[in-house]
Ligand binder design. Sequence first.
Ligand code: URA
Length: 449
Amino acid sequence: MTAVVPEPVVPEPVEGPVEAPAVEPFDAVDVIRTKRDGGAVPDDALRWMIDAYTREYVADSQMAAFAMAVLLNGMTRDEIRVMTDAMIASGERMSFAGLGKRTVDKHSTGGVGDKITLPLAPLVASFGVAVPQLSGRGLGHTGGTLDKLESIPGWRAALSNDEMTAQLRGVGAVICAAGSGLAPADKRLYALRDVTGTVEAIPLIASSIMSKKIAEGTDALVLDVKFGSGAFMQDVEKARELARTMVALGTDSGVATTALLTDMNTPLGLAIGNANEVRESIEVLAGGGPADVVELTVALAREMLALAGLPDADVEAALRDGRAMDAWREMIRAQDGDPDAALPTPRETHVVTASAAGVVTRLEALPFGIAAWRLGAGRARAQDPVVHAAGIDLHVKPGDAVTAGQPLFTLLADDENRFARALDAVEGAWEIGAVAPSPSPLVLERITA
Ligand code: URA
């Protein structure tokens, strides 16, 4: 038997000059080694690393090693600034320069029951300031502002840049989806950090958040950096370091930036979910609402208005006299929502009552956030839909006296089969005792450049 020898493949002759592969000015492995050994990466090498990663020349495996080196060894203020700049340069940069109004944005690091953007944006806009609030959808136990607003029949999250500018010029407040053109390097890097245990690195969080905010083109920015059980940063020291890093980054980039360090050990307000959080926001805009939601809305509005040159604005008056509510109604209508339409209500409810009389000493944010998520208010995967009527209505907060049998909270869902896992999540997450807890401040500290 004779072996069959394959014919050699002769390449076809190529017409014209052959393009040599571009010569890259750095090696990813050198950048990784520098950071691994605790050094500072030179500016041009760091810019190249981010650019080459966006071009998919630097591999995910190399960027993962670099992110881990950053998590372990940190970055200098200069490196964080260069990294942020490089991420901004990876995409489009918006500008509201022709608007004729000052623009001020707010960013929260996320928490349970955090619906503050909803009353805050129209409240600040009612003073003639433009609020371009590019928001996201929720993933995991912290809800997304767009998911909440999509409870309103007809409301539309996607706006073109022209629509956004027109709305800022007219109504003043816009809450809409961030386009994919802003800081695409961050989009890739954030997804990679999520699966490589490198989300928690402060330089990476700070550059991720601030690259998007600076690229958005706002004149000023107020950061709500949360600490505690329901926050991204549970430890107050870490939250403070993150806040200082982001304030420095904003300031260095010419965006007037301040931060409030706020407590997220207990859910904010009484509503955790989507439609119920919209209802609670409307109560605040009508001059009522839970004290903590009002306090934080007012504190952040004062910060934003001070940065916009209105330090003496009477924020409470705009909530009392309906100006903020008028701006809300206009903002919702401008995005095709019906501010008078009924909001979705749940098909099933389950009430949990107090087993004994006493005072609520503890009600932890994280387990309640997880329970609301399991009820359908949040999503496990980016492509999942949310159930707008799902969530939790709290009837009490720490410090409230209760009698035996009094309702503590109500679970809301479209399917009663969801209740068991939600109840598992909140097992041991609240406590009724004899002595009221000593009050702790909601706004712990103000951080400026
Ligand atoms: N939010 C972001 O946008 N980026 C992070 O790294 C963390 C939270």
